[in-house]
Design a protein around this ligand. Structure first.
Ligand code: FES
Ligand code: FES
Length: 926
């Protein structure tokens, strides 16, 4: 057998000749040999479609397609889609119709659509959905993608761009095309896995095969001897740095030290000349293990005398709101949270109806389509630079500074585009070990893990919640009693804060005098649990909102009316010291009920349900921004919001353009770079539009004030008599263009105005130590049908209503909420990480089912309440998480109303539903 084959192919019309090993994959060839980075690696298992290219016009998964098979054929990638240097109709439609968010799926979707166009030029919506069976998108909810394909094929309805009522506003409230759409539909967008540095080594990790085991011996000698290996690290080698990190507890070593605490924990790291050599070296590492007893469920971890995941008390992390961490020594409880007001026991004793039950929520995977990646390089002059797919570069900087004993100013975190996050990329993940490897290897190192490894990196905390609600006969909610255990897995990550914040709002958007909330964060020998869209709220809303419906049944009340009766009003206190309610829950509920047709008769075989949610954002928190007005009147916004698909950069540009009255296309928003862009706490908690948006608004306002002062001086008139409009300072009939004004001010064509904005609400006496900057709230209504033979639940109609204050970019809001609903349908109907004896059984996309285009309800509508009553710019407040939360309880309530069976466990898989129906049948049959 020859060691390589001569392969000749045409790629995007260009003849290419390569000598390739037989096992070379087409994806690696187009990306690494030809530099065509548009096709992406995500699932690696021919499931997601992110790597799709065309071979002789047919769509193939390049991640599993041997390059030698393409010999003599025509290969087309997304880079070849443009026609005569202009975007193709499909690319234009994707960009304009909101079909692109994080963009990681975009190239694959476009190439699939291109193949469809050749196969079925008159494709219907149904055939498009069918064609997309091998194409996943975790951001959009698919509706906009299907619409874009229809439009790109020339038969879609004209682009219907949602608009807000904006009054005098010109850019804010408009569905502008996102600023990164062009790079994303052309394959030019760059993510960490697309970056390369001269001399860069590739890293790989050896992971623990056991859920809990002592490392008796590691022999890396043979691995180190492999030609092309630059560095091999084990936990024992990390004596020259502090190997532990973690935002709440510093309990997580970058590589297991002495003990591995979950299956998949990194144990050995290798940096080598390429990925193949790194993988080969890892195979030569010998590890001798001594298995230890493992606890892999909440029940087992909380049992008296349970084996301990951690035997020493971990060190506290770096957040003020987590300064009072309360582990329960000698147990697996790493944090306890409690909040109470009133007298719950007395209120429940006096209640006419008490409903109570225990609900569970599963372990689920974020599956951001871009798996985690980091690229690290050390430099004697400037320190450590890490290009990272992270949602909070400044927290990662703090962690790395502490671990490597460096001042913050010598740690630089750069964040290119991120291919989806959903919370998975908050706080340090791969960055510490990548930086350590780069130090050991003496060269830049890139670590890009697979989707399979992402299942072993972070997940949502599974939860068990025991809830009691007490109602008066007239429907008044008297008391909420909730005790929840959150499984944070082997390392705490941000679990303690999830426990606090998720539990704090467990009573939902309701007025209730007597509240007792208690929860624990519990270690188990499983993948660490971390932040995930909704941050602990979906777990408890599933329980509480299901019980509200149960109470309605027992009180013989309409579930919508029972909720309406108890809703907090605008301006009402949620808890002493916290922010008064800043939205109109009543309006959200009514809109959801109306849109689903609540008062209309339900068709036979269908059930309807509603649910609501309330979530606090992170507090206290800080965001800063800088706005620069250049000599030619163009604008640069420096802010550290991570662009992971939510469209934040476009929204920030809209805010700056509105304040400075300049065309949107004159505004550029930089990507985060901790050495360049100013501090921002985190891109999570739905806070960017409100907090960073306000900082940008303030910074742009600072520039506008400077312009007015300069003009006032030049015109010898009070600044109050001036205004800005269309890129000029206006005085009566006179218009002084910004560029002319700057030229006059500086005495030359140079110099710029710099504005600064800082939003820093400090600690308060609110129960969590900081008042939420805003309340995120949403309502959901579902109509479901059921196949009683199989137990399969179909969500036929779903309506989401989110109170967002004001939509800065309505199309972005709509696309995001559609995606949130789809993600909610995932954990409601099919998603669950299944463990057996500590082994994850379904940790690949082949086995772990996420929603596809065919799973989108026949009718999915996302509505918005906009009363401009938020604290963000132009009355905006947070969005993007809320719409996910009501999905499970709305569907569960609909199913309960259809079947009479109350479900307490998610997901509502056909088997689970079928069994419950059978059990009920068995109980009824004597
Ligand atoms: S199908 Fe190839 S990466 Fe998913
Ligand atoms: S836009 Fe499809 S995965 Fe992000």
């Amino acid at each position: 057998m020859p060691s390589s084959f001569d392969v000749r192919l045409r790629v995007n019309g260009r003849a290419v000749a390569l000598a390739l090993p037989a096992e070379a994959l087409l994806l690696d060839v187009v990306r690494d040999r030809l530099g065509l980075k548009g096709a992406k690696r995500s699932c690696d298992t021919q499931v997601c479609g992110a790597c799709t290219v065309l071979v002789d016009g047919a769509a193939v998964s390049a991640c599993t397609y041997l390059a030698v098979e393409a010999d003599g054929r025509e290969v087309q990638t997304v880079e070849g889609l443009e026609e005569d240097g202009r975007l193709s109709a499909l690319q234009r439609a994707f960009a304009e119709r909101g079909a692109v968010q994080c963009g990681f799926c975009a190239a694959g979707m476009l190439m699939t659509a291109r193949a469809l166009a050749a196969d079925e030029p008159a494709a219907t919506r149904e055939s498009i959905v069918r064609y997309l069976r091998g194409s996943l998108c975790r951001c959009t909810g698919y509706l906009k993608i299907v619409e874009a394909i229809q439009a790109g094929l020339g038969f879609g309805a004209p682009a219907a761009r949602p608009e807000s009522r904006t009054g005098a506003l010109s850019v804010v409230g408009r569905s502008v095309t996102r600023s990164d759409a062009l790079e994303k539909v052309t394959g030019r967008a760059r993510y960490v896995t697309d970056l390369e540095l001269p001399g860069m080594a590739h890293a790989a990790l050896l992971r623990s095969p056991y859920p809990h085991a002592r490392i008796v011996r590691i022999d890396t000698g043979r691995a180190r001897a492999v030609p092309g290996v630059h560095a091999v690290l084990t936990g024992a080698d990390l004596t020259w740095c502090d190997p532990y990190h973690g935002p709440a507890f510093r309990d997580r070593p970058m590589l297991a030290i002495d003990v591995a605490r979950y299956e998949g924990e990194p144990v050995v790291a290798v940096a080598a000349i390429d990925a193949a050599v790194a993988a080969c070296a890892l195979e030569l590492v010998e590890v001798e293990w001594e298995e230890l007893p493992a606890v892999t469920t909440l029940e087992a971890a909380l049992a008296p005398g349970a084996p301990l995941v951690h035997t020493t008390e971990p060190l506290a992390g770096h957040f003020a709101d987590l300064s009072s961490l309360r582990p329960r020594p000698g147990t697996n409880v790493c944090h306890q949270f409690a909040y109470a007001r009133g007298d719950v026991e007395a209120a429940l004793a006096g209640a006419d109806v008490v409903v109570e039950d225990t609900f569970t929520f599963p372990r689920v995977q974020h599956y951001a389509m871009e798996p985690h990646a980091a690229l690290a390089a050390w430099d004697d002059a400037t320190g450590l630079t890490v290009w990272a797919s992270t949602q909070n570069p400044f927290s990662v900087r703090v962690e790395l500074a502490k671990m490597f004993g460096a001042p913050l100013g010598r740690i630089r975190i750069v964040v290119p585009l991120v291919g989806g996050g959903f919370g998975s990329k908050t706080y340090a993940k791969l960055e510490p070990v990548t930086a350590a490897l780069a130090r050991a290897a003496g060269r830049p190192v890139r670590l890009a893990i697979s989707a399979e490894e992402a299942f072993r990196t972070v997940r949502r905390c599974d939860t068990r919640a025991a809830v009691r609600l007490g109602f008066r006969r007239d429907g008044m909610l008297l008391a909420v009693d909730c005790h929840a255990d959150f499984d944070v897995g082997a390392y705490a990550d941000i679990g303690p804060r999830i426990v606090q914040k998720g539990t704090y709002t467990a009573a939902g958007p309701y007025r209730v005098a007597h509240v007792r909330l208690a929860s624990t964060a519990v270690y188990t020998n499983t993948t660490p649990g971390g932040a995930f869209r909704g941050f602990g709220v979906p777990q408890l809303a599933w329980a509480v909102e299901s019980l509200v419906d149960e109470a309605a049944r027992q009180l013989d009340r309409d579930p919508v009316e029972l909720r309406r009766q108890n809703l907090l009003a605008h301006g009402e206190e949620f808890a002493p010291g916290d922010t008064p309610i800043d939205g109109k829950f009543e309006e959200s509920l009514s809109r959801a009920a109306e849109a689903i047709g609540w008062t209309r008769a339900v068709a036979a075989g269908r059930g309807r349900g509603v649910a609501m949610m309330l979530k606090a954002s992170i507090a206290p928190s800080v965001s800063e921004a800088i706005v620069r007005l250049h000599a030619d009147a163009s604008v640069t916004v420096l802010a550290s919001t991570v662009e992971m698909g939510q469209g934040a950069r476009t929204v920030l540009a809209q805010i700056a353009a509105e304040v400075l009255a300049v065309p949107l296309e004159r505004v550029t928003v930089l990507l985060p770079d901790t050495s360049v862009t100013p501090y921002d706490q985190t891109t999570s908690s739905s806070r960017s539009t409100t907090m960073v948006g306000r900082a940008v608004q303030e910074a742009a306002g600072d520039v506008a004030d400077q312009l007015l002062r300069i003009a006032a001086k030049a015109l010898d008139t009070p600044a109050a008599s001036l205004r800005i409009d269309a890129g000029a300072v206006v005085h009566g009939e006179r218009h002084l263009d910004y560029d002319a004004l700057l030229r006059a001010h500086f005495g030359m064509a140079g110099g710029e105005l710099i504005g600064r904005g800082v939003v820093a609400p400090g600690p308060t006496r609110a129960p969590l130590g900081g008042s939420t900057p805003f309340w995120e709230m949403a309502a959901g209504a579902a109509e479901v049908s059921l196949d009683v033979e199989t137990g399969a639940v179909t969500v036929e109609d779903y309506v989401s209503v989110a109170d967002v204050g004001r939509r800065i970019n309505p199309l972005s809001c709509e696309t995001q909420d559609e995606g949130a609903v789809l993600q909610g349908l995932g954990h409601t109907l099919c998603e669950e990480m299944v463990y057996d004896g500590g082994q994850l059984l379904n940790g690949t996309l082949l086995d772990y089912r996420v929603p596809r285009a065919a799973d989108v309800p026949s009718r999915l509508e996302c509505h918005f309440v906009e009363n401009a009553d938020g604290p963000g710019p132009f009355g905006a407040k947070g969005a993007g998480e809320g719409s996910l939360v009501p999905v499970s309880p709305a569907v569960g309530n609909a199913l309960a109303r259809l079947t009479g069976v109350r479900f307490r466990e998610l997901p509502l898989t056909p088997e689970r539903v079928w069994r419950a129906l059978r059990e009920r049948q068995a109980r009824r049959t004597p």
